[in-house]
Design a protein around this ligand. Structure first.
Ligand code: KIV
Ligand code: NA
Length: 269
Protein backbone atom coordinates (compact mmCIF):
# COMPACT_ATOMS: atom_id res chain seq x y z
CA UNK A 1 0.00 0.00 0.00
CA UNK A 2 1.43 3.37 -1.01
CA UNK A 3 1.42 6.16 1.54
CA UNK A 4 -1.51 8.56 1.36
CA UNK A 5 -0.69 12.07 0.17
CA UNK A 6 -1.74 15.55 1.21
CA UNK A 7 -3.76 16.12 -2.00
CA UNK A 8 -5.63 12.85 -1.35
CA UNK A 9 -6.50 14.12 2.15
CA UNK A 10 -7.60 17.49 0.79
CA UNK A 11 -9.76 15.84 -1.90
CA UNK A 12 -11.74 13.86 0.67
CA UNK A 13 -13.91 16.99 0.99
CA UNK A 14 -15.60 17.65 -2.34
CA UNK A 15 -18.02 20.54 -2.86
CA UNK A 16 -18.43 20.88 0.88
CA UNK A 17 -19.11 17.19 1.50
CA UNK A 18 -16.88 14.60 3.15
CA UNK A 19 -18.33 11.14 2.72
CA UNK A 20 -15.66 9.38 4.75
CA UNK A 21 -14.45 11.37 7.77
CA UNK A 22 -10.68 11.73 8.16
CA UNK A 23 -9.10 9.78 11.01
CA UNK A 24 -6.13 11.33 12.77
CA UNK A 25 -4.31 10.35 15.98
CA UNK A 26 -1.16 11.69 17.56
CA UNK A 27 2.03 9.61 17.52
CA UNK A 28 5.45 10.41 18.94
CA UNK A 29 7.38 7.14 18.69
CA UNK A 30 8.10 4.56 16.00
CA UNK A 31 6.34 1.65 17.70
CA UNK A 32 3.27 3.74 18.47
CA UNK A 33 3.17 4.83 14.83
CA UNK A 34 3.38 1.18 13.71
CA UNK A 35 0.37 0.27 15.82
CA UNK A 36 -1.79 3.22 14.78
CA UNK A 37 -0.78 3.56 11.13
CA UNK A 38 -3.14 1.10 9.44
CA UNK A 39 -6.17 2.58 11.20
CA UNK A 40 -5.47 6.24 10.42
CA UNK A 41 -5.38 8.60 7.46
CA UNK A 42 -3.06 11.00 9.26
CA UNK A 43 -0.60 10.71 12.12
CA UNK A 44 0.08 13.97 13.94
CA UNK A 45 3.37 14.43 15.71
CA UNK A 46 1.77 16.92 18.08
CA UNK A 47 3.63 19.32 20.32
CA UNK A 48 1.37 17.76 22.97
CA UNK A 49 4.43 15.53 23.38
CA UNK A 50 5.40 18.26 25.86
CA UNK A 51 2.91 16.97 28.42
CA UNK A 52 2.55 13.40 27.16
CA UNK A 53 6.23 12.41 26.79
CA UNK A 54 8.26 15.05 28.59
CA UNK A 55 6.09 15.90 31.60
CA UNK A 56 6.20 19.60 30.75
CA UNK A 57 3.41 21.89 31.99
CA UNK A 58 2.58 23.34 28.54
CA UNK A 59 3.68 23.18 24.90
CA UNK A 60 5.62 26.45 25.19
CA UNK A 61 9.07 24.86 25.91
CA UNK A 62 8.99 22.44 22.94
CA UNK A 63 11.94 22.84 20.55
CA UNK A 64 12.38 22.30 16.82
CA UNK A 65 14.81 19.44 17.53
CA UNK A 66 12.27 17.61 19.69
CA UNK A 67 9.68 17.84 16.91
CA UNK A 68 12.15 16.86 14.19
CA UNK A 69 13.39 13.79 16.08
CA UNK A 70 9.97 12.48 17.09
CA UNK A 71 8.76 13.24 13.56
CA UNK A 72 11.54 11.07 12.12
CA UNK A 73 10.62 8.22 14.48
CA UNK A 74 6.96 8.37 13.42
CA UNK A 75 7.84 8.43 9.72
CA UNK A 76 10.10 5.39 10.22
CA UNK A 77 7.29 3.56 12.00
CA UNK A 78 4.59 4.19 9.39
CA UNK A 79 4.03 3.52 5.72
CA UNK A 80 0.38 4.37 5.11
CA UNK A 81 -0.68 7.53 6.94
CA UNK A 82 0.27 11.08 6.05
CA UNK A 83 2.61 12.31 8.81
CA UNK A 84 2.20 15.92 9.91
CA UNK A 85 4.55 17.60 12.41
CA UNK A 86 3.54 20.47 14.70
CA UNK A 87 5.64 23.61 14.46
CA UNK A 88 6.67 24.44 18.03
CA UNK A 89 6.03 27.78 19.72
CA UNK A 90 8.56 30.41 18.68
CA UNK A 91 9.64 28.67 15.47
CA UNK A 92 7.26 30.35 12.99
CA UNK A 93 5.40 33.37 14.35
CA UNK A 94 7.83 36.21 13.64
CA UNK A 95 7.82 36.01 9.82
CA UNK A 96 6.99 33.79 6.85
CA UNK A 97 10.76 33.45 6.30
CA UNK A 98 11.32 32.20 9.83
CA UNK A 99 8.45 29.77 9.35
CA UNK A 100 9.91 28.48 6.08
CA UNK A 101 13.33 27.86 7.65
CA UNK A 102 11.80 25.99 10.57
CA UNK A 103 9.31 24.01 8.48
CA UNK A 104 11.87 23.01 5.86
CA UNK A 105 14.20 21.82 8.65
CA UNK A 106 11.35 19.75 10.14
CA UNK A 107 10.57 18.13 6.80
CA UNK A 108 14.23 17.48 5.95
CA UNK A 109 15.03 15.80 9.26
CA UNK A 110 11.75 13.91 9.71
CA UNK A 111 10.61 13.05 6.21
CA UNK A 112 7.09 14.16 7.17
CA UNK A 113 4.69 15.41 4.48
CA UNK A 114 3.67 18.69 6.06
CA UNK A 115 3.44 20.88 9.13
CA UNK A 116 0.72 22.20 11.40
CA UNK A 117 0.79 25.64 12.97
CA UNK A 118 -1.53 27.47 15.36
CA UNK A 119 -3.30 30.76 14.69
CA UNK A 120 -5.79 32.22 12.25
CA UNK A 121 -5.83 35.36 10.10
CA UNK A 122 -2.50 36.50 11.58
CA UNK A 123 -0.87 33.35 10.14
CA UNK A 124 -2.59 33.45 6.71
CA UNK A 125 0.35 35.15 4.98
CA UNK A 126 2.70 32.51 6.41
CA UNK A 127 0.43 29.65 5.32
CA UNK A 128 0.40 31.01 1.75
CA UNK A 129 4.18 31.56 1.82
CA UNK A 130 4.89 27.96 2.87
CA UNK A 131 2.27 26.37 0.61
CA UNK A 132 3.53 28.25 -2.46
CA UNK A 133 7.04 27.03 -1.68
CA UNK A 134 6.28 23.33 -1.36
CA UNK A 135 5.30 22.89 2.27
CA UNK A 136 1.71 21.76 2.93
CA UNK A 137 0.23 23.42 6.00
CA UNK A 138 -2.53 22.29 8.34
CA UNK A 139 -4.11 25.14 10.30
CA UNK A 140 -5.32 25.06 13.91
CA UNK A 141 -8.00 27.42 15.27
CA UNK A 142 -10.19 27.80 18.35
CA UNK A 143 -8.40 26.64 21.47
CA UNK A 144 -4.76 27.02 20.49
CA UNK A 145 -2.65 25.70 23.39
CA UNK A 146 0.49 27.65 22.44
CA UNK A 147 -1.49 30.82 23.23
CA UNK A 148 -2.26 29.62 26.78
CA UNK A 149 -0.59 32.70 28.28
CA UNK A 150 -2.83 35.00 26.24
CA UNK A 151 -6.02 32.94 26.56
CA UNK A 152 -5.44 32.34 30.29
CA UNK A 153 -6.27 28.63 30.19
CA UNK A 154 -7.69 25.78 28.16
CA UNK A 155 -11.42 26.59 28.33
CA UNK A 156 -13.64 26.04 25.28
CA UNK A 157 -13.81 28.93 22.80
CA UNK A 158 -16.59 30.54 20.79
CA UNK A 159 -19.11 31.15 23.57
CA UNK A 160 -19.43 34.88 22.83
CA UNK A 161 -20.53 36.26 19.44
CA UNK A 162 -17.26 38.14 19.03
CA UNK A 163 -15.18 35.05 19.74
CA UNK A 164 -17.31 32.89 17.46
CA UNK A 165 -16.98 35.40 14.62
CA UNK A 166 -13.22 35.53 15.09
CA UNK A 167 -12.89 31.74 14.90
CA UNK A 168 -14.94 31.54 11.69
CA UNK A 169 -12.94 34.42 10.18
CA UNK A 170 -9.65 32.77 11.18
CA UNK A 171 -10.62 29.48 9.54
CA UNK A 172 -11.72 31.24 6.33
CA UNK A 173 -8.44 33.16 6.16
CA UNK A 174 -6.41 29.94 6.52
CA UNK A 175 -8.57 28.18 3.92
CA UNK A 176 -8.10 31.02 1.43
CA UNK A 177 -4.36 31.05 2.14
CA UNK A 178 -4.14 27.42 1.03
CA UNK A 179 -4.23 25.34 4.21
CA UNK A 180 -4.98 21.73 3.20
CA UNK A 181 -6.94 21.05 6.41
CA UNK A 182 -7.74 22.86 9.65
CA UNK A 183 -7.85 21.49 13.19
CA UNK A 184 -10.78 22.99 15.10
CA UNK A 185 -10.10 22.54 18.80
CA UNK A 186 -12.22 23.19 21.88
CA UNK A 187 -15.05 25.21 20.37
CA UNK A 188 -18.79 25.08 20.99
CA UNK A 189 -20.47 22.75 18.52
CA UNK A 190 -22.47 25.28 16.44
CA UNK A 191 -19.27 27.20 15.69
CA UNK A 192 -17.44 24.00 14.71
CA UNK A 193 -20.29 23.27 12.29
CA UNK A 194 -20.28 26.83 10.97
CA UNK A 195 -16.52 26.66 10.38
CA UNK A 196 -16.88 23.31 8.60
CA UNK A 197 -19.51 24.76 6.28
CA UNK A 198 -17.54 27.97 5.72
CA UNK A 199 -14.28 26.44 4.46
CA UNK A 200 -13.48 24.40 1.35
CA UNK A 201 -10.76 22.33 3.03
CA UNK A 202 -11.51 19.57 5.56
CA UNK A 203 -11.88 20.46 9.22
CA UNK A 204 -10.54 18.05 11.83
CA UNK A 205 -12.33 18.36 15.15
CA UNK A 206 -11.12 17.83 18.70
CA UNK A 207 -13.61 18.93 21.30
CA UNK A 208 -15.63 20.30 18.39
CA UNK A 209 -18.36 18.32 16.55
CA UNK A 210 -19.04 14.99 14.83
CA UNK A 211 -20.04 17.18 11.86
CA UNK A 212 -16.40 18.11 11.28
CA UNK A 213 -14.76 16.47 8.26
CA UNK A 214 -12.53 14.40 10.53
CA UNK A 215 -11.49 13.86 14.13
CA UNK A 216 -8.27 13.82 16.11
CA UNK A 217 -7.43 12.84 19.67
CA UNK A 218 -4.21 12.59 21.62
CA UNK A 219 -3.57 8.83 21.53
CA UNK A 220 -2.50 8.55 25.17
CA UNK A 221 -5.70 10.36 26.19
CA UNK A 222 -8.00 8.00 24.31
CA UNK A 223 -5.98 5.00 25.48
CA UNK A 224 -6.61 5.89 29.11
CA UNK A 225 -2.98 6.57 30.00
CA UNK A 226 -3.86 9.63 32.11
CA UNK A 227 -6.08 10.01 35.13
CA UNK A 228 -7.34 13.45 34.16
CA UNK A 229 -8.31 14.28 30.59
CA UNK A 230 -10.40 17.04 29.02
CA UNK A 231 -14.14 16.46 28.79
CA UNK A 232 -13.97 15.99 25.02
CA UNK A 233 -11.78 12.88 25.35
CA UNK A 234 -13.37 9.46 25.07
CA UNK A 235 -11.34 6.72 26.76
CA UNK A 236 -11.36 3.69 24.47
CA UNK A 237 -9.17 1.61 26.80
CA UNK A 238 -7.72 1.86 30.30
CA UNK A 239 -4.03 1.39 29.48
CA UNK A 240 -2.76 2.93 32.71
CA UNK A 241 -4.44 0.14 34.68
CA UNK A 242 -3.02 -2.54 32.38
CA UNK A 243 0.53 -1.18 32.71
CA UNK A 244 0.26 -0.72 36.46
CA UNK A 245 -1.06 -4.26 36.88
CA UNK A 246 1.80 -5.72 34.82
CA UNK A 247 4.41 -3.77 36.81
CA UNK A 248 2.86 -4.88 40.12
CA UNK A 249 2.91 -8.56 39.09
CA UNK A 250 6.51 -8.27 37.85
CA UNK A 251 7.61 -6.55 41.08
CA UNK A 252 5.97 -9.25 43.22
CA UNK A 253 7.58 -12.06 41.20
CA UNK A 254 11.03 -10.46 41.42
CA UNK A 255 10.69 -10.09 45.18
CA UNK A 256 9.62 -13.75 45.53
CA UNK A 257 12.38 -14.90 43.14
CA UNK A 258 9.61 -16.34 40.96
CA UNK A 259 10.95 -14.44 37.97
CA UNK A 260 12.89 -15.43 35.95
CA UNK A 261 11.92 -19.10 35.90
CA UNK A 262 13.00 -21.93 33.60
CA UNK A 263 11.49 -20.47 30.44
CA UNK A 264 13.49 -17.27 30.79
CA UNK A 265 16.89 -18.63 31.87
CA UNK A 266 19.80 -20.12 29.89
CA UNK A 267 21.28 -23.45 30.94
CA UNK A 268 24.52 -25.03 29.69
CA UNK A 269 24.01 -27.95 27.22
O1 KIV B 1 -0.39 18.69 19.78
C1 KIV B 1 -1.43 18.05 19.52
O2 KIV B 1 -1.59 16.87 19.90
C2 KIV B 1 -2.46 18.72 18.72
C3 KIV B 1 -3.76 17.99 18.52
C4 KIV B 1 -4.47 17.78 19.79
C5 KIV B 1 -4.60 18.66 17.50
O3 KIV B 1 -2.24 19.79 18.26
NA1 NA C 1 -0.38 20.83 18.95
Amino acid sequence: MRRLTVPKIRERKKDGVTEQPLVMLTAYTARQAQLLDEHCDLLLVGDSLAQVIYGLPSTIPVTLDMMANHGAAVVRGSYHSVVIVDMPFGSYESSPQQAFESASHLLKVSGAAGVKLEGGAAMAETVAFLTQRGIPVMGHVGLTPQAVNVLGGYAARGRSDAEAEKIVGDAKALDEAGAFAIVVEGVVEPIAIEVTQAVACPTIGIGASAQCDGQVLVSEDMLGMFERVPRFVKRYEEMAEIISRAAATYAAEVRERAFPDEAQTYQPK
